[in-house]
Ligand binder design. Structure first.
Ligand code: SF4
Ligand code: SF4
Length: 434
């Protein structure tokens, strides 16, 4: 572990509420989620010229895929490949706003989910497309169904952001604590789990939320831990398991394994929206920040809204951005086009100037930062040179690729921004193919 503050400055701006972003006149909605097929296996359920309602399902791509809904009422004007926030061209529906909203501005009483059976809760999560963003975006209901039967599981809830340059999960845990905790209780009930482990960013956060946990998770066995401050990587499955061991937690959580269910605050909030508010996932909560925008803010955004609309909401650019980064400077992706839409797995958009993100050069300068940063003691520079430049590489180095935990710290620490982690992924695939 290293102190991350040089690589990804902590975002210290405090926001107290979620602002509703303007409804876009036209939404471009990718028909497959980040983990789904880009184009081939997606089946649009609507055609060009067809009228759609807000919340209507517009695509399906198999049983484990995330259902996609129209975030606005209107008419489908086009179905074409368009750049998505993960940098992939995905088949997308362009919907022009018209007609009445089914959800926006309508008050509904909350669903009394405690009266629902485990199957009904799981069906509600599935029907509304609640996604687990703990690591890679996956349909929550599918993960619940895949839990090994017959074992007593633990639900592990991370209440802070894995990428320390992002502040959205921490914001939700603080500002919407009741909804996040109730959402976690919903997920536990849907999975038939009665033991919940909460992992906090700090002791301060932990003591502030203890009373709410007791209230929202009454009847469940709960335990909480605090992670060390300003350290990275932390918050991943392995790091949480290590934390449990290190803190000698004498409770059920000593049994925590990678096969248990891990979620973050964003996922718990999505589960609350899906089951308690009985709403499909047609909005995302997005934190817009960075030194190249005039102001920052947290917005409730209709999926399909172009990123430039949100930058306008923040008063536009204050200086030329060197990079627009989606979902964090360590774990996220840079987007080159401001018309890229927000999807329900976009948590943060950071507009950073040249000062914060110097221009790249393309050669390794042998500084050794990646080796010092790697928590697994790999040599990312050697592996990169071998994967992308065919440099000879000792088999001792090659065998280490399986130890990579995908923390992307090597990428973040490299002063010339070489795609080290991506190179290691290529080598990992080759190892698995053999
Ligand atoms: S992504 Fe892999 S190689 Fe890079 S720092 Fe993390 S563990 Fe090391
Ligand atoms: S951090 Fe980047 S420049 Fe430095 S040794 Fe590693 S790959 Fe080379």
């Amino acid at each position: 572990m290293i102190d991350i503050s040089d690589i990804a400055p902590h975002n210290n701006t405090v926001h107290k509420s979620i602002a509703a972003a303007c409804v876009p006149p036209s939404a471009c909605i990718p028909l497959s989620a980040a983990n789904g097929d880009a184009c081939s296996c997606v089946s649009p359920l609507v055609s060009v010229g067809e009228r759609v309602s807000e919340g209507q399902q517009i695509a399906s791509a198999g049983s484990a895929a995330v259902p996609v809904f129209s975030s606005i009422p209107g008419v489908v004007r086009d179905i074409r490949p368009a750049l998505a926030p993960d940098g992939v061209f995905r088949l997308s529906a362009v919907i022009e706003l018209s007609g009445a909203f089914s959800y926006l501005g309508k008050k509904k009483s909350p669903v009394d989910w405690r009266r629902l059976s485990q199957e009904q809760l799981c069906a509600s999560l599935e029907k509304h497309g609640a996604v687990n963003t703990f690591d890679h975006a996956e349909l929550l209901a599918s993960q619940i169904k895949q839990l090994p039967p017959g074992s007593v599981h633990i639900l592990c809830v991370r209440l802070f952001d894995r990428d320390p340059s992002v502040a959205l999960d921490a914001f939700l845990s603080q500002t919407c604590a009741a909804h996040v905790l109730e959402g976690a209780a919903v997920i536990a009930a849907a999975a038939g789990i009665t033991r919940i482990l909460f992992v906090f960013a700090s002791e301060k956060q932990r003591s502030a939320m203890q009373a709410s946990i007791a209230e929202q998770c009454a009847g469940m066995d709960t335990y909480s831990l605090s992670a060390p401050k300003h350290r990275y990587p932390q918050g991943g499955r392995q790091e949480i398991q290590r934390l449990v061991k290190k803190q000698n937690a004498v409770s059920f959580c000593s049994e925590l394994s990678a096969a248990d269910l891990f979620i973050d605050s964003f996922t718990a909030y999505a589960a609350y929206t899906a089951v308690v508010s009985d709403m499909p996932c047609i909005d995302s909560i997005v934190h817009v920040s960075g030194d190249a925008v005039r102001s920052s803010g947290v917005f409730r955004v209709k999926t399909g809204t172009p990123i430039y609309n949100l930058i306008e909401e923040c008063g536009g650019f204050s200086k030329n951005p060197a990079q627009i980064v989606v979902n964090g400077r360590i774990l996220g992706t840079a987007v080159s086009d401001l018309s890229v839409p927000v999807t329900n797995t976009v948590k943060s958009i950071q507009c950073v100037s040249k000062k914060e993100r110097p221009m790249h050069i393309q050669e390794c300068i042998r500084c050794g930062s990646c080796r010092r940063a790697c928590p697994q003691s790999l040599a990312p520079d050697v592996l990169y040179e071998h994967a992308y430049r065919a440099a000879p590489c000792d088999s001792v180095y090659l065998k280490t690729v399986v130890l990579c935990t995908s923390c992307m710290l090597c990428n973040a620490s490299c002063p010339v921004r070489l795609p080290l982690y991506q190179a290691i992924c290529c080598l990992k695939e080759q190892v698995h193919e053999k």
